[in-house]
Write a protein that binds this ligand. Structure first.
Ligand code: NAD
Length: 486
């Protein structure tokens, strides 16, 4: 039997499939099997220069620069429509490359389409003001696109994060260069091709693949890249901000989290337990807003913990392509090792493993990068597992006593992305929501977001908000025009 050929992808620059200047390539893997899935160009600064050149020319060309903004919106709609038509193909590719269950990947592709649809509607509503000034003058502001923007995205939601970041930039009239994470470049490459088909002029949507520093760093450093948007880790965010400071170019940072579910004694305990399970084990816990810290009133702690442990033990691990899989593998062996190291650290710090704590023993999973849904009980605020982002299927459990203690513990973190409040007391819900140091708070439900609601972190979780109308403001500059009418 002939071995199946491994597909080779190229980068997407100036509307063309383009090999890397150096000719170097690397392999990407299916994390459920450990098998090679594709070959991809290993781009570097030279490729970034070529992409920026193409994007700058496209930005300056009348076909994009002077386009009717509502037509720009229709291009975004068209891309969303094509994505919906090919949802099954994109979802399959995402599952094969990232490992997540197919149902979750389908949700991701639909969400990517939603981001394009939402910002499509905004394309002709980005407007300035007239400002009353002394004398016989007309004073007004213009909101102009910046030029070329770079979008560096992570591997946990490869297509959605790229779509979420690029959509407002395109709606505002910029041209974009996407830089997917090295592990998961495939859906974004296909999406760039789809944007061409939707009618975006060549060079408006580009994708360069390769390493973080070589490609992401080169983008942030380039004088013609006017904004670099990173969805990624705090460490990378700091690096990008430092590099971009050399040009005083803008940075939009959506970074990590160590997010608390705060469950009060008057909460619906069953609902809370289900939400906590989903909030940490969806996407194998590889989520910036994973509810990775359970803070629970000491009075109901044992009841909540028992439900969560039962749920974690029931969860079926497997290849994301199988319909009964609830949790897929981690994205790479290095990520699994990181999770295992954190669990060992937690144990050595005094935490107790209430569920999981090891790779699965089931047959058929040995080729992939699986790790069992894990619950660490008896975790105290000083432990590393309570403070650092593990980015895997590990929940820490800490008891609290009273509202003040709950809020203190929830806010005792360098991160501030998401927090969940569980209570049936309306006053407590609003009061605590107001006191939490987090950019996103949900009350009595799982982490939830929509393209029209802002998504951004406080503290080390980021410096801005994506989604919602505000997101577009990062991608425009304000020009004031004063006209003397005498
Ligand atoms: P990462 O920071 O390692 O990588 C993110 C992207 O940055 C990748 O494309 C990578 O190649 C690139 N990169 C890495 N080093 C770079 C450098 N020196 N210069 C420029 N670019 C560089 O993060 P990751 O491991 O891919 O993703 C996980 C992180 O992303 C977690 O911390 C998670 O919380 C965060 N995240 C945040 C959000 C959010 O909306 N706040 C969403 C998803 C993921």
């Amino acid at each position: 039997m002939q071995a199946e050929a491994v597909p080779a992808y190229e980068m997407f620059i100036g509307g063309e499939w383009t090999p890397s200047r150096s000719g170097r390539r690397y392999q990407v893997f299916n994390p459920a099997t450990g098998k090679v899935l594709a070959h991809v160009p290993k781009g570097d600064g030279e490729d970034v220069n070529a992409a920026v050149d193409a994007a700058r020319k496209a930005f300056e060309a009348p076909a994009w620069r002077t386009i009717d903004p509502s037509k720009r919106g229709r291009l975004l709609y068209k891309a969303a429509q094509l994505l919906r038509e090919r949802l099954a193909d994109f979802a399959k590719l995402e599952t094969l490359n990232n490992g997540k269950p197919l149902g979750q990947a389908k949700g991701d592709v639909a969400m990517a389409a939603r981001h394009f649809e939402y910002f499509a509607g905004l394309a002709d509503k980005i407007q300035g003001n007239t400002i009353p000034v002394p004398g016989n003058r007309l004073d007004y502001t213009l909101k102009e696109p910046l030029g070329v923007t770079g979008h560096v995205v992570p591997w946990n939601y490869p297509l959605v994060m790229a779509a979420r970041s690029m959509a407002p930039a395109l709606a505002a009239g910029n041209t974009v260069i996407g830089k997917p994470a090295s592990f998961t470049p495939l859906t974004l490459l296909k999406f760039a091709e789809l944007c061409k088909e939707a009618g975006f002029p060549d060079g408006v949507v580009n994708v360069v693949t390769g390493g973080g520093e070589e490609v992401g760093g080169a983008l942030a450093k380039h004088r013609d890249v006017k904004l670099t948007a990173l969805t990624g880790s705090v460490e990378t965010g700091m690096k990008i901000m430092e590099i971009a400071s050399q040009n005083l170019s803008r940075v939009v940072l959506e970074l990590g989290g160590k997010n608390p579910h705060v469950v009060f004694r008057d909460a619906d305990v069953g609902k809370a337990a289900t939400a906590v399970l989903n909030g940490i084990f969806t996407n194998a816990g590889q989520m910036c807003w994973a509810g990775s810290r359970l803070l629970v009133d000491e009075e109901v702690k044992e009841e909540v913990l028992q439900k969560i442990v039962e749920g974690a033990n029931r969860m079926r691990l497997g290849d994301g392509m199988k319909p009964d899989t609830a949790m897929g593998p981690l994205v790479a062996e290095s990520q699994r090792e990181r999770v295992a190291r954190y669990v060992e650290t937690g144990i050595s710090e005094g935490a107790r493993v209430a569920a999981g704590g090891a790779p699965p023993a089931e047959e058929g999973l040995d080729g992939g990068y699986f790790y069992r849904p894990t619950v660490l009980d008896g975790v105290t605020q000083d432990m590393r597992v309570a403070r650092e982002e593990i980015f895997g299927p590990v929940l820490t459990v800490t008891a609290f006593k009273g509202d003040e203690d709950a809020v203190l513990k929830a806010n005792d973190s360098e991160f501030g992305l998401w927090a969940g409040v569980w209570t049936n007391d309306l006053r407590r819900a609003h009061k605590v929501a107001g006191m939490l140091e987090a950019g996103i708070v949900t009350v009595n439900e799982e982490p939830i977001t929509f393209p029209q609601t802002p998504f951004g972190g406080f503290k080390n979780s980021g410096n801005s908000s994506e989604q919602g109308m505000e997101a577009v403001l990062a991608y425009v500059r304000t020009k004031n025009v004063s006209v003397n009418l005498d």
